[in-house]
Design a binder for this molecule. Structure first.
Ligand code: ASP
Ligand code: MG
Length: 425
């Protein structure tokens, strides 16, 4: 018999009726003889409601003191969920115990609203399991070295679940959610998108950071670091289907070598509309210029993503990069106000109507010409590429936002993602 961690998202925990169905599913696994640990999110909408209340009363600038209280408030959503789920399990006749993060404890650093898990003490959980209980642990929250309640950032329950699975060396961490797996692309944009039976951990990391919202990025990093097998699956299947069917469904995030997997060269097409482009024009081309431009941006805690510098003409060059759209105005003001006069650039321009479209696939490591096929596809659609960035297993382009859907669909087709892959000989 195994040890399994189940994670249920907000929608799956959305009402007492749904919580009952979660309890029935967990009870089924428990009755099959498995040790079960469950990590639920807050009921859907609850974290937003709590943060909304907090913000109404918060000082304008979020002080460190205010951030501490934000976490104290936000963490209560999960506190309610675990208690309700334990009650529902007990009503099913299954002994169950709930624990808040601090009771386990789940130790984190002190970065309120985006804390990182440092360690999880398994002793109490193990003892409760050994006594025959299903153990239910709050997602999203932990406790810092000073005993303050912290949260792990929005969507952080995924990370809680994977971290708990890593600490307990669980056989698998099953993430039950409102989609039935990871798709070759967003089915809202590409109706032909297919569910992937499995995806490598590296690909999942790229897909998550390139805009696929299925899992919190940190949970994927955690799974990679501790080699936790993670399965993303639907919580909307009837609770009483055979465990075997459940355990085979969804998408498994694996560590298998590419050669052993059945798969296409490209596994998925991701997109991201959350960035904006900034160009610093007519920059004197001399050593240190990238640092003079990007140093102040980094100091302002603004993440820079795609960067290009052109070849220079007459000692001057253009320098462009993308930043999160939320930080766009701040970055632009900073560059116009401070950087441009300091380095003597001719102009600073911005564009928020861009998007990033990426192809991701572990097969790109061993096949050449994949990026070229991407560029040809976009050129056949008449789509102009503004920036390009690559890694071993992805190629991303920045294009005009209005062509995003067209680009995603064309690439999905060009890489034959609408057809199921066959095993390589
Ligand atoms: N309840 C938290 C949120 O809404 C954490 C989670 O659901 O994963 O972000
Ligand atoms: Mg989520």
């Amino acid at each position: 018999m195994g040890l399994f961690v189940h994670k249920y998202g907000g929608t799956s925990m959305g009402s007492t009726e749904r919580i009952r169905s979660v309890a029935q599913r967990v009870a089924k696994w428990r009755r099959a003889g498995h040790d079960m640990v469950v990590v639920p999110s807050a009921m859907s909408g609850e974290t937003n409601r709590l943060l909304g209340l907090a913000k109404e009363l918060m000082p304008h600038a979020a002080t460190p003191e205010a951030m501490r209280e934000l976490d104290a408030v936000a963490a209560t959503g999960e506190q309610v969920s675990v208690g309700l789920l334990a009650l529902a399990l007990q009503a099913e006749g299954v002994p169950a115990l709930s624990y808040a993060g601090w009771q386990v404890p789940v130790r984190t650093d002190s970065a309120f609203t985006k804390a990182r898990v440092a360690s999880i003490d398994e002793a109490r959980v193990r003892a409760s399991l050994a006594a025959g209980n299903v153990v239910i642990i709050t997602g999203f929250q932990g406790i810092d070295p000073l005993g303050n309640v912290t949260t792990l950032g929005r969507g952080g329950s995924d990370t809680s679940a994977v971290a708990v699975a890593a600490a307990l060396k669980a056989d698998e961490c099953l993430i039950y959610t409102d989609v039935d797996g990871v798709y070759t692309s967003d089915p809202r944009i590409v109706p032909e998108a297919r569910r992937l039976g499995s995806v490598s951990f590296e690909e999942m990391l790229e897909l998550a950071s390139l805009g696929s919202k299925v899992l919190q990025i940190r949970s994927v990093e955690f799974a990679g670091k501790y080699r936790v097998p993670v399965r993303v699956l639907s919580s909307f299947t009837p609770w009483d289907i055979p465990i075997g069917d459940e355990a085979e469904s969804g998408t498994l995030i694996t560590f298998e070598e590419y050669e052993k997997m059945e798969r296409a060269i490209v596994s998925g097409i991701a997109y991201n509309r959350d960035e904006a482009k900034i160009s610093v024009l007519g920059v004197p081309d001399r050593p240190g210029i990238a640092f003079q431009i990007l140093g102040p941006v980094a100091d302002a805690n603004i993440d820079v993503d795609v960067i290009i510098q052109n070849v220079s003409h007459d000692g001057r060059t253009d320098f462009s990069f993308t930043v999160p759209r939320n930080d766009y105005q701040r970055a632009l003001d900073l560059l116009k106000g401070k950087v441009q006069p300091a380095i003597g650039a001719a102009d600073v321009r911005g564009d928020t109507r861009i998007c990033k479209v990426s192809i991701v696939g572990i097969g790109m490591k061993s096949h050449s010409g994949v990026a070229a096929r991407m560029f040809r596809t976009l050129s056949e659609e008449g789509i102009n590429i503004q920036m390009i960035t690559t890694s071993e297993i992805k190629t991303s382009v920045v294009i005009d936002e209005k062509y995003m859907e067209l680009a995603v669909r064309a690439l999905h087709k060009a890489f034959e993602l609408d057809v199921a892959p066959t095993a390589e000989a």
